[in-house]
Design a protein around this ligand. Sequence first.
Ligand code: CA
Length: 232
Amino acid sequence: MSTSTGTVVVIEDDPHIADLVELYLRRDGFRVLQAADGSAGLAVVERERPVLVVLDIGLPGDLDGFDVCRRLTGGAPSGRPAVPVLVLSARDDEVDRVLGLELGADDYVTKPFSPRELVARVRAILRRAATGQDGGHPPVLGVGGVSVDTARREASVSGVPVALTAREFDLLAHLAANTGLALSRRQLLDAVWGQGWVGDERTVDVHVRQLRKKLGAALPLATVWGVGYRLG
Ligand code: CA
C-alpha cells in the first residue's frame, strides 16, 4: 500500500506530536523533516520542496501557523506552485479561522487526532493534487469522529473501519457531502435510492438508525423535526 512518496515537512513545536506524525508518515513511506517554528519551517520548505506540509497553528516565534499558511499557499515570489497544507488545530475556533480566512489550507485535523486519519488525509490531498480534481468534494470527508472515504467506500471511526451496507454507505456519504444542511427524507430518497424509487419514507429512518447504531457518538447526525436529518 506504500506507493509513495516524497518529503513531508512537519511544522509543529510539540515534539511528541511531531514525532507521532513523523512515525506514521514514515511508516507510510514518506521522508519526514521537522521544524519547530514558522521561520525554520519556511526555510525547510524552501530548501526541500516537500510534496506536503503538516502545519500546527499555535507556533512560537514571530510567525504563527496562520502566517505560515498564508505564505505557503499564497504563491511564492519565485513563482513556484504553492505546496499543499494540512493544518493541525488545537481548537475549533482555530478551524473557524482557517476556513473563514480562506488561508488556502487543503484540509485540517483537530487535536487530539488519530494518526491513521491524518495519514489518510495526507494521502487524499496528494491524490487530489495528482489528479487535479480540486473542485468537488474531497474523497475523504471527515464529519465529527467519522471519516468517509468515498474512493475506497469505507467509513471509519478513529481510523477503525466500520462495516456498512452499500445503502448505508451511500446515505452516509451523501449526508457527509452536505454537512450542515437539513435534508428531507424525500431529498435523501431521491439522492440515495434514486428518483424512481417507490416506497415508504421511513426507509430513511431505518437506515439512519443503523448508521447511529454502528457509528455511535462519533456521528453528529441530528434529527430535524418535521424535515429530516442534518449531519454536522
Ligand atoms: Ca503548538
